[in-house]
Design a protein around this ligand. Structure first.
Ligand SMILES: *[C@@H]1O[C@H](CO)[C@@H](O)[C@H](O)[C@H]1NC(C)=O
Ligand SMILES: *[C@@H]1O[C@H](CO)[C@@H](O)[C@H](O)[C@H]1NC(C)=O
Ligand SMILES: *[C@@H]1O[C@H](CO)[C@@H](O)[C@H](O)[C@H]1NC(C)=O
Length: 421
C-alpha cells in the first residue's frame, strides 16, 4: 500500500499547572501563493500575564477583565458546567490542489467571541458565521473525539443544527453558569473534485467528504434571569446602519474601512463593544451606543476574507446583558484574486507561535508532512509511528513527545511539560 497522505498537524502541548483558564479558540486557514495561511484566535479568562505570552499580538480585553483575546493559551478550560478540563483543538486539512480551483482548499472562515452569554429566561440563537471562500457547503457538529476535543461532553443547554445555529431555550436557575462549547466546522465540495498532490498522485473527494475540519471553541454563559427578554430594553438591540449578520464587505488593500455599529437599550446602560477580528482592527467609542470599527488591511491580508464579529454589552449594577452577536466578512483586494504561482507545497514546520515562546506555557504549531511508504498500515503501525516521531524530533520537537496515529489518518502529538517552580 502506498501511503501518500499529506497531513497537517495541530500540536497541543499541555501544561500541567495552568495559571489562567482557557476560554476557547478558532483555527482557520486559507490559501495564498500555495502556502497555507493560518489564523487563530485564542482567549484567556485572565488578562494578567497575557502581554508576556503574546508578542506582536494586539490583545482585546473585556472591561471587567473577564476575558482577553490573544495569541497564547494554557491547557485547562475555565471551570464549566459540562466538566471539560484539558484543552484539545485539532484541525484537519487536506493539502493538494483542488481540480475545481487549481489551488489548495481554504477552510470556512468564522469567528466568535470567547464568552457568549444570555439570561436563563430568554430564548437565544447563536448563528455562527459560515463563510467559505471556495463556495463549499459548510456544516457544523459537536467535536466528537480526540484530537478534536479531550473530554467531549456537549453543553446540555444548547442544541446545534448542521447549519451552525446553536439554540438556547429558557431554563431554570439550576442551569446557570458557564458551559464549554466545542464544535467542528467542516466544508464539503458541492460536486466531486480531484485533489492533486505535488507528486502528481490524485484522489477523489465527493460531496460527502470533508476537505477541512476546523475547531470552534468558546464559553456559553447562562446568566440569571433578566426582567425582560425584549431587545432594546435590557438586552441591547442593533440599529441601522449596523451591518447585518453575514454581510460581505469588499475593501481594497491599504484602504481604511469603517464599520459603523449602533445599539440601544432603555433599561440598562451600554458599556462597550466587544469584537474579534484581525489584530489591527481599532475600536472607536463615541458614546451612547455609537461605535466604529476601523481597519486598514495590510499587504499580508490581501486576497483573503477576514471575519469580524461583535456584540454590544450593557449592564445594570452587577447584571450584564449582551446583544446577539453579528459577524461580517471583509474580503480584501480585487475579486477574484490573482492566480497563484509557486514552487513547493511540502513546507517545513510552520510554527503558529511567536519565535520566542516563553517557557512553561503551551505551544501550538502546525506543520505539513508527507509520508510515503510501501508498508501497509496494518501490522506496521509501530514502524510508521516511529518514522513519524523520528522526523518530528529531527525537526526540533522534544524527544519525549508521544505520537498517536488515529483511525481517520490524522496524527496527534502530545507532550506534557514538567511543572516548574
Ligand atoms: C431562533 O430560531 C428559531 C428557528 O429558526 C426561530 O423560530 C426563533 O424565533 C429564533 N429566536 C430568536 C430569539 O431569534
Ligand atoms: C498547485 O498548482 C500550482 C499552480 O498551478 C503549482 O505550482 C503547485 O505545485 C500545485 N501544487 C500541488 C500540490 O500540486
Ligand atoms: C456597570 O458596571 C460598571 C463596572 O462594573 C459599573 O461601574 C457601573 O456602575 C455599572 N452600570 C450600571 C448602570 O449599573
Amino acid at each position: 500500500m502506498l501511503l501518500s497522505v499529506l497531513l497537517l498537524l495541530v500540536l497541543l502541548l499541555l501544561v500541567s499547572h495552568a495559571e489562567v483558564g482557557y476560554n476557547g479558540a478558532v483555527l482557520t486557514y486559507s490559501t495564498k501563493d500555495v502556502q497555507v495561511m493560518h489564523r487563530y484566535k485564542l482567549s484567556y479568562s485572565s488578562c494578567e500575564g497575557l502581554e508576556s505570552r503574546c508578542t506582536g499580538c494586539s490583545n482585546i480585553e473585556e472591561s471587567r477583565g473577564e476575558w482577553c483575546l490573544g495569541g497564547w493559551y494554557t491547557g485547562i478550560w475555565i471551570d464549566n458546567r459540562n466538566s471539560i478540563s484539558s484543552v484539545s483543538a485539532g484541525m484537519f486539512v487536506e493539502v493538494g490542489n483542488r481540480s475545481d480551483i487549481n489551488k489548495p482548499n481554504s477552510s470556512p472562515q468564522t469567528s466568535i467571541l470567547p464568552v457568549v452569554r444570555g439570561p436563563l429566561n430568554c430564548q437565544r440563537n447563536i448563528s455562527l458565521l459560515t463563510f467559505d471562500p471556495d463556495g463549499d457547503k459548510v456544516i457544523c457538529r459537536y467535536a466528537s473525539s480526540p484530537p478534536e476535543c479531550d473530554t467531549c461532553t456537549p453543553p446540555s443547554v444548547l442544541s446545534l443544527s448542521s447549519s451552525c445555529m446553536l439554540s438556547f431555550s429558557p431554563t431554570d436557575s439550576s442551569s446557570e453558569g458557564p458551559y464549554a462549547v466545542q464544535l467542528m466546522m467542516e466544508d464539503f465540495p458541492r460536486e466531486t473534485i480531484t485533489l492533486i498532490q505535488n507528486d502528481g498522485s490524485t484522489s477523489l473527494r465527493n460531496t460527502n467528504s470533508a476537505i477541512s475540519k476546523i475547531p470552534v471553541q468558546f464559553v456559553f454563559k447562562v446568566d440569571p434571569a433578566a426582567p425582560s427578554c425584549t431587545e432594546g430594553e435590557y438586552l441591547p438591540r442593533f440599529l441601522p446602519p449596523t451591518p447585518e449578520h453575514g454581510a460581505q464587505i469588499f475593501n481594497d488593500v491599504y484602504q481604511t474601512l469603517e464599520i459603523p455599529i449602533r445599539a440601544e437599550t432603555s433599561q440598562s446602560v451600554i458599556t462597550e463593544l466587544l469584537f474579534s477580528g484581525p489584530i489591527n482592527v481599532v475600536k472607536i467609542s463615541s458614546g451612547s451606543g455609537h461605535f466604529t470599527l476601523r481597519w486598514t488591511p495590510s499587504g499580508n491580508e490581501n486576497d483573503e476574507s477576514h471575519p469580524i464579529c461583535f456584540v454590544v454589552q450593557a449592564n445594570v449594577s452587577s447584571s450584564v446583558y449582551q446583544s446577539v452577536h453579528r459577524c461580517v466578512v471583509v474580503t480584501v483586494g480585487n475579486i477574484p484574486g490573482p492566480t497563484v504561482t509557486s514552487s513547493t507545497v511540502v513546507a517545513p514546520t510552520t510554527p503558529l507561535t511567536t519565535s520566542n515562546p516563553p517557557p512553561r506555557t503551551s505551544y501550538l504549531s502546525v506543520l505539513k508532512l508527507k509520508i510515503s511508504t510501501t508498508l501497509s498500515l496494518k501490522g506496521n503501525h509501530e514502524i510508521i509511528l516511529k518514522a513519524i516521531k523520528d522526523e518530528l524530533i529531527r525537526r526540533g520537537l522534544h524527544p519525549d513527545i508521544k505520537v498517536y496515529l488515529r483511525s481517520d489518518g490524522s496524527v496527534e502529538v502530545k507532550k506534557q511539560l514538567p511543572p516548574s517552580g
